[in-house]
Ligand binder design. Sequence first.
Ligand SMILES: NC(=O)c1ccc[n+]([C@@H]2O[C@H](COP(=O)([O-])OP(=O)(O)OC[C@H]3O[C@@H](n4cnc5c(N)ncnc54)[C@H](O)[C@@H]3O)[C@@H](O)[C@H]2O)c1
Length: 257
Amino acid sequence: MRVGFIGAGNIATIVMELIKRENLDCEVTSVFDSDFQTAERFRRRFNEDIVVCRGIDSFLEDVVFVVEAASLSAVREYGVRVLEAGRSLVVMSTGALCDWLLFQRMLKVAEENQVKIYIPSGGIGGVDGLRAACLGNVERVMLVTTKTPESLGSGVKEKTVLYEGPVKEGISRFPQNVNVAATLGLAAGFDKTVLRVVADPDIENNMHEIIVSGDFGEMRVSNVNKPSSHNPKTSYLAALSVVALLKRVLGVAEVGT
Ligand SMILES: NC(=O)c1ccc[n+]([C@@H]2O[C@H](COP(=O)([O-])OP(=O)(O)OC[C@H]3O[C@@H](n4cnc5c(N)ncnc54)[C@H](O)[C@@H]3O)[C@@H](O)[C@H]2O)c1
């Protein structure tokens, strides 16, 4: 499978390292980054015949599977074009899919072109159980995100709930939390999902707790995320989740829903 990255930063680098380490049956053929030097560094680091593309059209020529690991704007700019070109797309900047019109358009184009949109679990575990639970009656889906006050733009000196309410409104008030909250909203439905944002001066690593209750019982998943080596804003788990997805796509057996 010929893979290309939009965005050659932190996530792309970790994914590439793991593709090689795990000896995955895929070949990274092309990268496209709005910062050409970053893409060049990526190519040199892996010392391979990866083509560094200056535009999306040349990038799409030689790939069948595109990993977006760039930004919300990259999804807005290129999401539809990737799918129109008949390439499947992994979206890491899931916050862009809060735009209902954009997401519906992408779904339609993917269907017309018989390709898929993949949304990895990113920085959270528990999405598989949540998806299963949501097929039954679910009373409550809550994401409790706890970060340092500085990273939430707050100056509070003790543990404080800064927001509790609908996930979409929470995303617009705390864009630092956009992707995890959006992934959960996409899995459970934005109308069902409540976001609580907590500032805690005493925590070291970001925490995301997912609480779901319904006819199936109750599920609580606590994620304490370590940052990734090349970008402290991105959890290491988020990059690993892309590789786990690639293994699932390429594999003959799948564990988990
Ligand atoms: N889904 C999740 O749970 C999750 C978790 C962590 C990060 N993310 C998101 O994944 C994305 C990548 O994260 P990262 O840590 O690799 O970031 P990074 O900043 O290390 O790398 C991103 C690269 O993309 C490039 N880029 C940005 N906009 C672009 C555009 N419009 N066109 C082409 N290139 C563009 C940048 O120049 C940069 O080199 C970010 O949007 C981040 O918010 C998602």
